[in-house]
Write a protein that binds this ligand. Structure first.
Ligand code: SF4
Length: 584
């Protein structure tokens, strides 16, 4: 079949057995790839604990991977989050998806639990499960010096070995399945690393049509200020957002107690680039290259990371932020949750942390070297609850909020609350409308019309993650261009509406699977602080608390538009309309 390897690899680590099967046609046709295929495959096994041997850990590519479509080098990781208990997927950059598909696989489904530390090596259709005792107790940088890194690799650090609830999986030493703690799922299976190398090439159904759609996407990217503009992410990385969010007074500061931080210029994209003489790098096949590497090999932190190790922790020392980012990547920790958990800790302690304490706390968390580090490694919600101050955790469904204060963008407030994976900016990203004014500008201090915008964006992002493309392209291009690209690759006709329907099927299925673990509308809420405390206003911008009645009305509208019942659960009629009856 054009666009797919048409084979899947199943690995049972308990039995040390591997099996190659045909990728089910139904899975391809109804879920496209990446996130969608992973969610559908996981299915009702979502009720297993994240560390149960039967819980799958799925790595999946998509139809555009290893083609000339821009940003098509990505892949998805799917399982159940130990941090939120929800179904969880991460879209990952690097070249893992490309190598996996070239090895001849659309996806890998790993179940079971090895009896000792293990590494999986895939070289085209040869799959070997090796002992990895020599890698145990090593962080990512060191572990990678001990393995053959030709091709692509996915490694967990010490945090994943200890099953920290927000441990990540690190791809090619630089790209992270960061959020939600999927590193702990890998750690629970005693799987330290996966290496993959492939040499197959693929037939494209209509190469000329793919070339034409690529040229159209490139034209739109070149015209986009947010992407290739003077201050865009290609030039400065996502840290380009620091100044923008700062000027809008929605910069989470001191554990979301203020919305303005006077010191953030020190770590703006512009200043980081100049200070570290940072150069562009990025995922395989990407023309944007939003990642940045300093002259001495320092990995430049993303926007969320600089802001949370900066303003959220009252720290304007850029060197400390860069080191905090390096440590998180090396231990294999999600930077957003790490920084937010430390900020929650500081609030509970009732003191400002010295910047030097940030790296020290990361080492304690990553290595669980102290009782304090162990307690913090469960995330802010569990830490704050154990301290008797659950209100100090700035999280939704246990996932710590990223670097957009919801009092400054009401669509973001609603999107955080209703997201299937907890406090996440990437399910819908209404910041695109509310701050970047793309595709159309909306009033950021109003809930009006936001429920529908969020529903459409959630469906769109679910299908983008399934293609598997990068969301940053959609600051410029639309699903229309990507529908042409995927039609050209696969030979199956797609258009914007058919892709959105697939996205809706994926999103609603995730929601339904969460409900099997009793995660429902009661969990679609924000920390009380946002309804009771003001942000930091200026002469021009008034940052008021959110109006709770307006928020609840918008949430109710969102349920109606989605076709959920009053508990926020998909109705039988909706499930059947989307062809999801088999899951009921
Ligand atoms: S824009 Fe950045 S994150 Fe997206 S594919 Fe390109 S390099 Fe990777």
């Amino acid at each position: 079949m054009y666009g797919y390897a048409s084979k899947s690899l199943k690995i049972d680590l308990s039995a040390r057995k591997t099996e190659i099967i045909d990728t089910p046609l139904d899975l391809i046709e109804r879920y496209i790839g990446g996130r969608g295929m992973g969610v559908a495959l996981l299915g009702k096994r979502i009720t297993l604990a994240h560390d149960a041997p039967g819980m799958p850990l799925i790595f999946a590519s998509g139809p555009l991977v290893a083609t000339d479509a821009p940003t098509s080098g990505r892949s998805s990781v799917i399982s159940r989050s130990p941090l939120t208990g929800t179904i969880f997927d991460c879209s990952v950059g690097g070249k893992f998806g490309t190598e996996l598909k070239r090895a001849g696989f659309d996806l890998i489904e790993i179940t079971g639990k090895a009896d000792r530390w293990t590494m999986i090596s895939i070289d085209d259709q040869s799959v070997v499960i090796d002992d990895a005792g020599h890698l145990a107790g090593k962080n990512v940088e060191e572990a990678r010096t001990l393995i053959d890194t030709r091709g692509s690799d996915a490694v967990i650090g010490i945090a994943g070995e200890h099953q920290s609830a927000f441990s990540s999986i690190v791809f090619d030493g630089h790209y992270l399945a960061g959020r939600g703690g999927l590193g702990a799922v890998m750690g629970a299976k005693k799987l330290k690393a996966i290496k993959v190398k492939g040499s197959s090439s693929f037939d494209i159904f209509d190469p000329a049509a793919l070339k034409a759609s690529r040229e159209e996407i490139m034209r739109l990217l070149r015209a986009s200020q947010a992407v290739f503009g003077e201050l865009g992410i290609s030039e400065f990385g996502t840290a380009a957002l620091v100044d923008l969010i700062h000027s809008r007074r929605m910069e989470p500061t001191n554990n979301f107690r203020q919305t303005f931080y006077s010191g953030s210029t020190a770590y703006s994209g512009y200043n980081l680039k100049n200070r570290y003489k940072a150069k562009k790098t990025g995922c395989m096949g990407c023309p944007i290259l939003c990642k940045k590497i300093g002259m001495n090999g320092e990995v430049m932190p993303e926007y969320e990371t600089v802001s949370h190790f900066g303003a959220l922790n009252d720290n304007n020392d850029a060197a400390v932020i860069v080191e905090a980012n390096r440590l998180c990547n090396d231990y294999g920790l999600d930077t957003i949750t790490t920084a937010a958990t430390i900020s929650c800790f500081a609030e509970i302690e009732g003191r400002k942390l010295n910047p030097d304490e940030l790296p020290e706390l990361i080492r304690e968390i990553g290595g669980m070297t102290t009782e304090r580090g162990r307690m913090l490694s469960y995330g802010s919600l569990r830490y704050a609850a154990a301290a008797g101050k659950p209100e100090a955790s700035m999280s939704v469904k246990g996932l710590e909020l990223p670097a957009y204060d919801p009092r400054g963008a009401y669509g973001m407030a609603l999107a955080y609350a209703t997201s299937n994976r907890g406090g996440c900016h990437l399910r819908a990203y209404p910041i695109s409308h509310e701050i970047l004014r793309k595709p159309v500008a909306t009033d950021r201090f109003s809930f009006e019309g936001k429920a529908r915008i969020i529903k459409i964006a959630e469906d769109m992002n679910a299908v983008i993650d399934s293609l598997t493309a990068c969301k940053f392209v959609f600051f410029a291009a639309s699903l229309e261009e990507y529908a042409r690209a995927v039609s050209a690759v696969t030979g199956k006709p797609h258009d914007t509406q058919s892709l959105l329907r697939t996205g809706e099927r994926i999103y609603v299925l995730e929601r339904f699977l969460n409900s099997l673990n009793n995660i429902t509308g009661a969990d679609d809420d924000l920390p009380a602080r946002f309804f009771t405390e003001e942000g930091t206003s200026s002469e021009n911008i008034k940052v008021s608390p959110l109006n709770r009645d307006e928020f609840l009305t918008a949430r109710g509208n969102y349920y109606k538009i989605r076709g959920y019942d009053e508990r926020g659960v998909p109705t039988r009629a909706l499930m059947e309309r989307l062809g999801l009856g088999e899951y009921l």
